[in-house]
Design a binder for this molecule. Structure first.
Ligand code: 3H9
Length: 645
């Protein structure tokens, strides 16, 4: 790490070089402090430009220091020192100026950014609030409304929007260093604006703050940082700058030491470690230039959309012309919805669909690098697909199954090159959900596995390696979770009490309302299949409902009743009657006790999964549950929550 100073006439350039993202470690803070001191003493210098080497401006405080006691100089003091410098500092931003990086930029007298850059205050995503004036200086630059939005959502904004909001003073293109030098020369010819801390701040009335609080509490679902951030922003409008800073600092330090922040840091680092497992460091992935998907149902179409988003040309294979046309129209539906939501322009959507070739002929796959099978969850159907693939694909083409329950070894039997076979378990909708379970068989070659991870990086997914067992990591834990939830019902806990407890715990939905939404028949059919194959699968309460025609929202009722056009669950007398013979009245459980039982069951299954080697690390299980099953991120996942790290 270095902080260097070089000079061009009366302008000094302070360059931070601390790969990979120029995080503000203690050494960088000290070096910036020293630079401010040295440049104040240097009479030949009239302005200072702060810029960064590498791929980005300063991306924030060094998150790896957060588990340890804070070391001086503290960032708010460094920001204040730069603001108090005798010559104006100018932040020249490329890449991202985030968190402490943007706070440092706000300590500068001016900020300019490349048009491709972004700025933001993502601290709440780490369970903390900005701790170096993000809540006090941001509203002075952008107004209270924009500051509340930026700080409580943590979402960064692109440079052109930042300019409109007043967060930065100029957007430039081309050579940033030269643009900053020209900006400095111009700025020095005019009177300086006041430092940001001395600028006025408008207040809002109590009703406005109350409204914000309500909306944020609803969104945060138990996460505390966004509400604390709001309190600090309010204090910034009510109190003198120094007092608001003291409140921000105290709040930041308290949250930095909180369980929620520890959980969110755990997920932050797990997400970054997941795409590049150390065991595959020296294994080169195979090239991926052309892909194919077999099956154009919801899952297949979603996978095609994800591959197209990553820029790969894709062939979609269906069994006949009619199914193919249905698949292509499902795919168009995905792109049309993206256009309607403003995520794609009509031209981009057109280009996405133009990159898809539909076919019913496996011979068109002769030159494909990667084929993902996403057909009906039936062993014979899948094996027939792989028999075709074995005949028509190159021997080195990677062949993947998207099965969620079947044994990939059985699907691969008879393949000419089993070393190139792997399970790639996407989650629906596959173009949205971030999780990808990667399931090698004993025959899968290391470079096939490495290619699975490379594909995840290309698609922007979070990959987790899973061993072979029924349901892999995610669905196996889901099964245990549902079984435990049914056990609670059998002991007399009301359905709605279980769902409410899990929502209060931070899940978007409880286990029963989630089943009603997805449909109870999928898991039912899978259990029936296992029974037909001679396995002993005890009758579940869900089976009783499906046998009575209650498959969830799509049949107007499952665990709950639904009135047409209304998705809000209503208690069901019919369900109560069906379950009554299986329920014994028990002691009423508190919401906390219900959540402890259910998350405890997930953690217990997770421990078994680890012991069997189905998951390699506890953090992998946490990533699966957070990214595939709505486990509250701020609780860090079932393993973190139960102390298994
Ligand atoms: C803060 O600033 C608090 C202040 O308000 C108050 C202080 C008093 N620290 O994401 P990538 C590592 S809170 C340490 O794959 P990309 C990351 O672990 C902070 N390490 O890159 C990974 O390491 P490895 C607010 C960090 O190009 C490597 O860098 N700031 C940090 O896809 C590459 O990461 C944030 O929350 C960090 N702050 O995306 C910003 N950031 O290679 C968090 C990254 O060993 N960072 N690393 O696995 C990001 O959003 C993205 O990293 C960024 C680059 C957009 C910058």
């Amino acid at each position: 790490m270095t902080v260097t100073i070089d000079r061009a006439g009366d302008i000094a350039f302070v360059t931070v070089d601390n790969p990979p993202v120029n995080a503000l470690s203690q050494a960088i803070r000290q070096a910036l402090w020293d630079a401010a001191e040295a440049l104040d003493r240097d009479a030949s210098i009239r302005a200072v430009i702060l810029l960064c080497a590498g791929r980005t401006f300063i991306a924030g405080a060094d998150v790896s220091e957060f588990g340890k006691p804070p070391q001086p100089p503290h960032l708010p003091d460094v920001v204040a020192r730069i603001e108090a410098a005798q010559k104006p500092w100018i932040a020249a931003i490329h890449g991202a100026a985030l968190g402490g990086g943007f706070e440092l930029a706000m300590g500068c007298r001016f900020r300019l950014a490349l048009d491709t850059a972004s700025v933001g205050l993502p601290e709440v995503t780490l369970g903390i609030i900005p701790g170096a004036s993000g809540t006090t200086r941001t509203p002075r630059l952008a107004g209270v409304e924009a500051a509340v939005d930026l700080v409580t959502t943590g979402k960064p904004v692109k440079a052109p929007k930042a300019l409109t909001l007043g967060l930065i003073d100029a957007v430039v293109t081309g050579d940033l260093r030269e643009a900053a030098r020209a900006f400095a020369a111009q700025a020095l010819s005019l009177p300086l604006p006041p430092p940001v801390s001395a600028r006025p701040i408008a207040t809002k009335d109590s009703a406005w703050w109350d409204e914000q609080r309500k909306a944020i509490a609803k969104r945060a679902k138990g996460e505390v940082a966004p509400l604390h951030a709001l309190d600090c922003l309010r204090a910034a409008t009510d109190l003198p700058f120094a007092e608001a800073m003291a409140k921000e600092r105290a709040t930041f330090l308290a949250l930095r030491a909180s369980d929620q922040a520890a959980a969110l840091r755990h997920i932050f680092f797990a997400e970054r470690a997941a795409p590049r497992p150390a065991s595959l460091k020296d294994v080169p992935p195979l090239p991926l230039t052309r892909a194919a998907v077999i099956g154009g149902g919801t899952m297949g179409a979603g996978i095609v959309a994800a591959l197209r988003e990553a820029g790969l040309p894709v062939t979609l294979i269906e069994r006949d012309a009619e199914a193919l046309s249905r698949g292509l129209s499902t795919l168009s539906g995905i792109f049309d919805a993206a256009v309607a939501r403003g995520k794609l322009t009509p031209e981009q959507a057109q280009a996405r669909i133009a990159g898809v070739t539909g076919s019913t002929d496996y011979a068109t796959l002769a030159d494909t690098d990667l084929v993902i099978e996403a057909v009906f969850e039936d062993l014979a159907v899948k094996r027939a697909v792989f028999a075709e693939l074995g005949r028509h694909c190159r021997a080195d083409a990677l062949l993947a199954t998207n099965t969620s329950y079947l044994d990939p070894r059985r699907i691969a039997e008879g393949l000419p090159n089993p070393a190139r076979f792997i399970g790639l378990h996407f989650f629906s909708p596959a173009h949205v959900m971030k999780l990808l379970e990667i399931v090698p068989t004993p025959e899968t070659a290391p470079e096939t596995l490495a290619t699975g991870f490379a594909l995840a990086r290309l698609l922007g997914k979070i990959p987790v390696q899973a061993g072979i067992c029924e349901g892999f990591i995610g669905n196996r834990i889901l099964k245990r979770y549902r079984a435990e939830a049914e056990a609670l019902l059998r002991q007399g806990t009301p359905i709605a009490a279980v769902d409410a407890a899990m929502r209060a715990h931070g899940f978007a939905m409880g286990p029963f309302e989630a089943q009603d939404l997805g449909g109870l028949d999928i898991a039912f059919l899978q259990r029936e299949g296992a029974r037909a194959a001679g396995q002993h699968v005890p009758e579940t309460l869900g089976d009783l409902l499906v046998r009575a025609g209650r498959k969830g929202q799509k049949t107007g009722g499952g665990w709950y009743d639904y009135t047409p056009g209304n998705r809000s669950p209503q208690p069901s007398a019919a369900t109560a009657a069906l379950l009554a013979p299986h329920v014994t009245a028990g002691e009423a459980l508190s919401p906390e006790a219900i959540a402890t039982r259910l998350t405890g069951a997930m953690a217990a299954e997770g421990r078994a999964i680890l012991a069997e080697g189905v998951a390699l690390r506890p953090a992998d299980i946490d990533l699966v549950k957070v990214h595939g099953y709505g486990y509250p991120r701020w609780r860090g996942g079932p393993m973190f929550g139960s102390g298994v790290r």
